[in-house]
Design a protein around this ligand. Structure first.
Ligand code: GLU
Length: 441
């Protein structure tokens, strides 16, 4: 059975970059009728925060990316210790004592000699007595996994065939001197224990994958199918990494981006399929194919989210926004009419409040000097409200008759006088909602 996982570290908010990872894993599981696991990678106790765990869950719920199971690495430390013992028993795990400064020096020397900065495995030569002495002096060492120095090959679901020479990679540290289990070990143990069949993650993890394949195999398990999506860049190809903080889901939500707009964009960006606004999750699942994604960096422009949000909103029935309308004070009796008039004239739901206030309180009239006499004459012909569906056409016909103006010269000054704006919904539909016409006073 297909099982995927989204494995954020709770050290920050979800942003558009890791949303892509979450969404792809979700869609793969959903399409196959499989299981989607939310795995909280919280072995780093100093940096992990409970508020981020809550925020991650909130963001995923907001998007409708429901998980079938939640797991926390901090509750599985025993399993990691067992796996470490198994690797030790297999002779694939060794303790090393170099300080960061010593390692740095080694790397610099290697680079000076034109060699790749790969850990030289000096620790393997230590006798038990030397290790005991170092332990006494420096505390416990780190535990490194001894890579088999062959090529590691896999067929990546996005990148195609990948081959990495393990000899060019340092033996990864899986346990720190203070006993903290590092992500690489915890992640492979979880993937094996939880029966994860497919892993999609960012292409910054490609080298990790190479080492993880060996660790999984040395634990006697079969590696999942891996796919690495390209990293997002800004619209002109600039690195997005520094801006990702501002592109968190909570920020986009605060700016009024609709979940369906975000999901529709992210499910297609970087693939050969066009971005299409989807109505619901079922359509997204149906239209998703990992095979269609390419390796090239993917350009992301947050501005694309707003037209999609506008189109999404325009398609919604009033019931979908009823809560929001009540919140901004639109009476239930006017909700359907208000929504019908405004829904095609907003970018985000936040724009509704402005329209509501305009209808409720009246707009500051905008009247050009050359239109002053015309507007005064026209307003004198406007009967008292309330207005109905025909009021606008009856009134403007009378104004045309009286003034001889027609077309834009007739309508635009009236629109600006009544709404204070040159753009907006159809005047015939708007007039019945206008509860105050300040220009008339
Ligand atoms: N916690 C890891 C990260 O956020 C998970 C990577 C993975 O998918 O294995 O980078």
């Amino acid at each position: 059975m297909t099982t995927t996982r989204f494995a954020p570290s709770p050290t920050g908010y979800i942003h558009v970059g890791n949303l892509r990872t979450a969404l792809m894993n979700y869609l793969i599981a959903a399409k196959a009728g499989g299981t989607f696991i939310l795995r909280i990678d919280d072995t780093d106790q100093e940096r992990s925060k409970e508020e981020y765990v809550d925020a991650i869950k909130y963001d995923l719920e907001w998007l409708g990316l429901h998980w079938d199971r939640i797991e926390r690495q901090s509750e599985r430390l025993e399993r990691y210790a067992e796996a470490a013992d198994a690797l030790r028993a297999k002779g694939r795990f060794y303790e090393a004592f170099e300080t960061p400064t010593e390692l740095d020096l080694k790397r610099k020397k290697q680079l000076n000699m034109g060699r790749p900065p790969v850990y030289d495995r000096a620790a393997l030569a230590l006798s038990e007595a030397e290790k005991a002495r170092l332990r006494a002096e420096r505390g416990d060492g780190v535990w490194r996994f001894m890579l088999d120095q062959q090529r590691i090959d896999w067929r990546d679901g996005i990148l195609g065939p990948i081959s990495i020479d393990a000899a060019s990679v340092s033996d990864p540290v899986l346990i720190r001197g203070d006993g903290q289990v590092l992500y690489t070990l915890a992640s492979v143990v979880d993937d094996v224990d939880m029966g994860v069949t497919n892993v999609v993650r960012g292409s910054d993890h490609v080298t990790n994958t190479a080492t993880q394949i060996q660790i999984i195999e040395s634990l006697g398990a079969t590696p999942p199918a891996f796919a690495h999506h390209s990293l997002l860049t800004g619209p002109t190809g600039e690195a997005l990494s520094k801006r990702l903080g501002a592109l968190s889901l909570r920020d986009l939500r605060a700016r009024g981006v609709a979940p369906m707009a975000l999901l529709s964009l992210m499910a297609r960006l970087g693939s050969s399929d066009p971005v299409e606004l989807r109505t619901d999750m079922a359509e997204l699942i149906e239209g998703f194919d990992l095979e269609h994604f390419g390796a090239a960096p993917t350009k992301f422009d947050e501005n694309d989210l707003f037209p999609l949000t506008a189109r999404h909103l325009a398609s919604l029935p009033v019931a979908a926004v009823a809560d929001h309308l009540a919140e901004i004070g639109v009476p239930e009796s006017l909700a359907a009419q208000f929504w019908a008039v405004t829904r095609e004239n907003i970018t985000t739901l936040q724009d509704l409040e402005g329209w509501w206030h305009l209808f409720r309180d009246g707009a500051e009239p905008v009247i050009e000097d050359e239109d002053r006499a015309f507007v005064a004459e026209a307003l004198a012909l406007l009967p008292e409200g309330p207005y109905g569906a025909d009021s606008w056409s009856t009134w403007t016909a009378a104004v045309r008759e009286a003034t001889g103006r027609k077309g834009r010269a007739l309508f635009m000054p009236l629109r600006k006088a009544l709404t204070g704006q040159a753009h907006g919904p159809d005047m015939a539909q708007m007039l019945p909602l206008l509860q105050v016409i300040r220009a008339k006073r």
